[in-house]
Design a protein around this ligand. Structure first.
Ligand code: HEM
Length: 171
């Protein structure tokens, strides 16, 4: 089977991986799954924020009270990622900006794992699909790559960690 490039993975423009064709089959499957998720937009966001604040109540204070507009922004960001799956460099620029803004909101690299897993759980819930469904696993990988890019951009401008500082609170 020919080797293909994941649409969300990015590498330097002169990297040999850039010469690989994008995995168009994966792009089509990610789009099809998202279209199904998108019909439950409000339910997805509701389920996600309920799970997030139940699992990590200390994060609630970082968010404004108006979770509806936050939910709309989250959906708009995922819409944009899906729209640009054939243009990884555009997604990379968008996700870098999002990651830098998240550093200003107080998001820490160690928060992303939880956010990704809970988004995946919420997708699974709205799609009412079984735990090992391939479509969900493909979206988990996509969200992890999205988070990786956001973290990379958010850490790029930060000073090196102080080795004497206590470790961040896991969540
Ligand atoms: C897959 C990862 C994530 C995505 C796609 C995402 C998406 C978004 C979007 C689109 C916004 C709207 C504001 C903007 O565009 O700058 C936002 C705001 C925000 N996000 Fe995230 N986010 C992610 C991960 C996280 C994580 C790990 C945290 C950490 C707790 C977090 C906390 C926040 C906060 C505090 C706000 C601002 C809320 C407010 O202004 O009330 N996000 N996020």
């Amino acid at each position: 089977m020919p080797v293909r490039r994941h649409p969300i993975a990015v590498s330097a423009s002169n990297h040999p991986l850039q010469r690989l064709p994008l995995d168009v089959g994966l792009i089509a499957r990610l789009k099809a799954t998202y279209a199904r998720v998108r019909t439950h937009e409000l339910q997805l966001a509701e389920s996600f924020y309920a799970r997030l604040f139940a699992a990590a109540p200390h994060l609630r204070a970082m968010f404004r009270d108006d979770l509806q507009s936050q939910a709309a922004k989250l959906t708009a960001a995922l819409d944009a990622v899906v729209r640009n799956l054939e243009s990884p460099q555009e997604n990379a620029a968008m996700l870098a900006g999002l990651g830098r803004r998240h550093a200003e909101y107080g998001a820490k690299p160690e928060h992303y794992g939880l956010v990704v897993e809970l988004l995946v759980e919420s997708m699974r819930e709205v799609l009412r699909t079984s735990a090992d469904d391939q479509a969900i696993l493909e979206w988990r990988t996509a969200l992890r790559l999205i988070a990786d890019q956001m973290i990379a951009a958010s850490s790029a401008d930060l000073p090196a960690a102080d080795p004497a500082a206590p470790p961040g609170r896991p969540c």
